[in-house]
Write a protein that binds this ligand. Structure first.
Ligand SMILES: Nc1ncnc2c1ncn2[C@@H]1O[C@H](COP(=O)(O)OP(=O)(O)OP(=O)(O)O)[C@@H](O)[C@H]1O
Ligand SMILES: [Mg+2]
Length: 364
């Protein structure tokens, strides 16, 4: 999958930008605060309709303007289509080939982007819900039906929580209905568990090799933490044990909405033992494993964005990373220091210089 070009209007510090990309490596350099991350953020937005670094879309619109849009042509196998995401005070609109798409969930599964950015590392120490968010985004990029499944699960979960409260307040309400909701919850929950289990198993089949190729040594693993590694019958029994406790607090205590994952490096939890550098390396290895996994399942590579990756890496590791990536992977790298990029890579890449919302192509 390749992004051919990009048009930005009133997006962050870009008034009006039209730019064409290389199908291989794209290196974007410039001083701090000039708009490098904004540019790759626009590519991410085009794929996922949201930013990778902020939750409130209004900051994506240029200061003083009322709307912004990002538009780009995406080549998927032999198919070329025009994608557009528009943001205004009234919300978000998405289009493919000038046709409005009503459901965002229909749109977001079409373009696959894998991104690595410095504060990614924070997910290791953040809350389980942040980690689940990451897991959900990653799985739904590969399996479209996963998003629908999640939304079905969340609907039942909400109903079940509301009913638990009702049971508590009106003790004589039907327990049978709770059983029905629990059964449905387990049915959807087991499917979510399966997707997550498989996803993490596949990541694990690649991650150590990737980690070692870049960093020389280290046994890295991702550990999936879930209460759902049981049969349906066992799960229903567990729920039954929790009924009275759940009723008292009006919440469903177990299920994939409490799942989590952790990194294990050489037998130790990274969260407790790892250095900042090791955490960063682990996330990077996971992202590259994801690139491979997407290719396995969808039969094409995603677009890869490495924002500010090289700030702490030496040339040898940079070369190792790029060796891992087949040159079929369209890659975007941002850096303040163009000298940190090995010469042979410069020759193969298209180089862009960013200065305050303007982009200049330096070669090719
Ligand atoms: N909504 C907005 N309207 C106008 N300008 C904005 C808006 N949001 C951000 N900016 C500007 O964008 C710039 C930040 O851009 P960006 O994050 O892309 O920098 P960068 O080149 O990646 O820098 P660094 O090397 O430090 O990561 C800031 O100068 C900021 O003022
Ligand atoms: Mg940046």
């Amino acid at each position: 999958m390749k992004i051919r070009n990009l048009k930005l209007v009133n997006f962050r510090n870009y008034d009006n930008l039209a730019i064409a990309f290389n199908e291989g490596l794209n290196i974007i350099y410039g001083d701090n605060g000039t708009g490098k991350s904004n540019l790759v953020e626009a590519i991410y937005l085009l794929a996922l309709t949201k930013s990778f670094r902020i939750n409130n879309d209004k900051y994506l619109i240029q200061k003083g303007k009322s709307n912004a849009y990002v538009e780009g042509k995406i080549l998927k196998k032999d198919d070329l289509a025009n994608f557009k995401v528009e943001i205004s005070n009234e919300g978000k609109k998405v289009e493919i080939d000038n046709n409005k798409i009503k459901k965002i969930s229909e749109y977001v599964t079409k373009i696959q982007v894998v991104i690595f950015y410095p504060s990614n590392t924070e997910i290791i120490n953040s809350s389980p819900s942040e980690r689940r968010k990451v897991l959900n985004i990653e799985i739904s990029q590969i399996f479209k039906e996963y998003l629908i499944l999640l939304s079905n699960y969340n609907k039942i979960l909400k109903q079940r929580n509301a009913y638990l409260k009702q049971l508590y307040l009106y003790g004589n309400a039907s327990r049978q209905y709770l059983d029905i909701l629990t059964k449905k919850l387990v049915e959807y929950g087991k499917k979510i568990y399966k997707y997550r289990y498989e996803f993490i198993a596949q990541i694990n089949s690649y991650i150590t090799e990737i980690y070692q190729t870049i960093f020389g040594s280290g046994e890295l693993k991702v550990n999936y933490i879930s209460t759902y590694n049981k049969t349906e019958k066992e799960l229903l029994e567990v729920y039954r044990k929790y009924y009275s406790k759940e009723m008292a607090i009006g919440k469903t205590l177990i299920g994939p909405h409490h799942d989590d994952f952790e990194f294990i490096l050489d037998g130790h939890k990274l969260k407790e033992w790892g250095s900042q550098g090791q955490m960063k390396n682990a996330i990077l290895a996971m992202k590259i494993a994801e690139v491979r996994l997407i290719k396995d399942v969808l039969k094409y590579y995603p677009i890869l964005i490495l924002d500010d990756l090289f700030s702490e890496l030496d040339k040898k590791k940079i070369a190792n990373i790029l060796k891992l990536l087949n040159n079929e992977v369209q890659t975007f790298i941002t850096t303040t220091d163009i000298k940190s990029i090995p010469k042979n890579l410069i020759n193969e890449s298209r180089i862009y210089k960013v200065t305050n919302g303007k982009v200049e192509v330096k070669n090719g």
